[in-house]
Design a protein around this ligand. Structure first.
Ligand code: UDP
Ligand code: MG
Length: 310
């Protein structure tokens, strides 16, 4: 008999958690196999903790882990994986945007021998135009510069086999985007398609700032492109300035009025300074990331656990 671990990051989800529990448990009960639901309360400030304590009280398959503050969805997923003991681990959002019946299809695929089963969004009713456009840009750009197999329209709704979970846990990065890491680990992967509904209650917790942070975690640990970019830009700018200089000399020798060198100097220096600052900024971002790795602080801090064996 297999055991499944469902891991659910929850940040201010007091309105959705009972609905999630009521939708998921009857479905998993039909499997007649063992399962656990690990809710990771990511430093919620609403009644999430109270609701989770009530659910854990009524059902010992519900396990709850609360963080000392908000560490982010990726940290919550990582924690859920660390605490899980299932043969397969399924990551789902608390807001029922990841339909529970699709999780059962993922289990079928796992039984066929796949190690990672991605939930692929066919339609995204819950997401606005801005989110769809920025996501599409991010995936295209990141795929190009990292060379990672980062499928379009795939989020964190996935099933991972135990050996994939163990591999992901052995990767020690502090800044991580699981979606990028699954592209890196390999193994046999497949998709289950679904139409993504709207949130069952409440609204998204992803601010633009959080999305930018997530994008950085997907890009910087996975590429050296941003470090070699200054060389390419430097060569390009050097080539352009040499071409300008030659043009000026030719124009000056031919007596043609081109507005004088000083008229060209301001945009030229402005362009140069902006390129230098962008390159410096990219290098700083890498440095900040290395600094976080060297500091080696915990990736999250657990405040409380309920229903875990030890
Ligand atoms: N979440 C979290 N920590 C955060 C933000 C979100 O644990 O800092 C959880 C949230 O409770 C939900 C999942 O991550 O279960 C996805 O978040 P959300 O629905 O806000 O994102 P969206 O679906 O809009 O991308
Ligand atoms: Mg959502």
């Amino acid at each position: 008999m297999s055991k499944y671990s469902i891991i659910v990051p929850a940040y201010n989800e007091e309105k959705t958690l009972r609905l999630f529990y009521n939708a998921v448990t009857p479905l998993f009960a039909t499997l007649q196999e063992d399962y656990e639901i690990i809710f990771v309360n990511d430093g919620s400030t609403d009644g999430t903790e109270v609701v989770l304590e009530e659910l854990a009280e009524q059902d010992n398959k519900v396990k709850v882990c609360s963080f000392s503050r908000n560490f982010g969805q990726q940290a919550a997923l990582l924690c859920g994986m660390e605490l899980s003991c299932g043969d397969a681990v399924i990551a789902m959002d608390a807001d029922l945007q990841d339909p529970p019946e699709v999780a059962l299809q993922m289990i079928e695929k796992w039984k066929e021998g796949y190690d990672i089963v991605h939930g692929k969004r066919r339609k995204r009713r819950g997401d606005g135009l801005f989110k769809k456009a920025t996501a599409s840009l991010f995936y295209g750009f990141t795929r190009k510069i990292t060379g990672l197999d980062l499928p379009q329209n795939v989020g964190d709704f996935k099933l991972y086999s135990r050996r994939v979970v163990d591999t992901l846990l052995s990767m020690n990065e502090h800044d991580r985007l699981l979606r990028a890491q699954t592209g890196w680990v390999g193994f046999k992967q497949t998709f289950v398609e679904f139409d993504r509904p709207e949130r069952v209650a409440g609204s998204t917790h992803y601010t633009v700032k959080k999305m930018v942070r997530l994008a950085q975690a997907g890009i910087f640990p996975n590429t050296e492109y941003t470090l070699t970019l200054p060389i390419k830009l430097g060569l390009l700018f050097g080539f352009c300035s040499a071409a300008c200089l030659i043009t000026f000399i030719v124009l000056a020798c031919s007596g043609i009025d081109f507005g004088g060198l000083t008229a060209w100097l301001f945009p030229f220096i402005g362009g140069l300074v902006s390129i230098l600052l962008v390159c410096q900024g990219l290098a700083n971002m890498h440095t900040a990331m290395i600094y976080r790795e060297v500091q080696n602080r915990p990736k999250y801090i657990i405040d409380k656990r309920i229903n875990f064996d030890k």
